[in-house]
Write a protein that binds this ligand. Sequence first.
Ligand code: AMP
Length: 308
Amino acid sequence: MRLVTVGSVAFDAIETPFGKTDKIVGGAGTFISLSSSFFVKNQGIISVVGDDFPKQTLAEMQDRGIDLNGLQIKEGEKTFFWSGKYHNDMNSRDTLITELNVLEHFDPIVPEEYQGANYLMLGNLSPQVQRTVIERMRNRPKLIAMDTMNFWMDIAWDELMKTLSLVDVLIINDEEARQLTKEYALVRAAKKIKQMGPKYVIIKKGEHGALLFYDNDIFFAPALPLEEVFDPTGAGDTFAGGFMGYIASTDDCSFQNMKRAVVAGSALASFSVEKFGTERLNEITRNDFEKRMQEFVMLTDFEFNTLN
Ligand code: AMP
């Protein structure tokens, strides 16, 4: 296995200024693994669902090359449920409901065939579960990336700090970076986060792109300006999956390659927001992706001649 993802596999109910969904398939682990499956075929997911989770979705994930031996199905229990409502600018949202259900007592299992994976993506889940997975991998992966959110900062701060100290890359949004560091300026926030453990910090700024910090270097990738953003749910996870999938498939952890990975993540996220849930991610082809990467190249291409 080249890449292992840990993260929620869930039901979401989403309300945006453009519409509302009943329970649809979501979850950080779902978005991440679907997104990284674009680049990596031999990957596995560690998660848990109840027996109410659609078997067809699981079959579709397997069709995309996602191994499900690490996904536990709990008979008689309910899948994690999250509900959120977006504000008019679509950049911010309120969580309406978080029902942990099967996640409450989740004990992650690392299947034998996942041992030795070089890349580990810890998607949004309790920091204790994220750490347990690190501890249960017999060899430390070459690169461990992690996502988290305000929910865990509020209820599991100490656990979060411990897990953070063990990872290489933290991928979070601007609001979360500010909450984590109590710093408003993101450059300062990134510096503080690096003192907490990760060498690399990626701060996502929604429709305003993403920043990658390493040492004293900063790289910025814009988000693609879109005419219509339908549902931003999972955009952050899609970004993380694209980033990690790209790194894992190229097996290159240099800063130069991370820059390309950030743009690859941004490109996949730009598709994800075009429809509700995972719908758009399931449709796009390699050709769509390549074209969008070229749009990113064009978007940031300019010349500058030194003033005389
Ligand atoms: P994003 O829009 O990238 O921040 O991710 C949204 C996804 O995160 C949704 O599909 C939710 O199911 C999932 N999610 C929301 N809250 C949590 C939580 N506390 N733990 C794990 N996953 C969550």
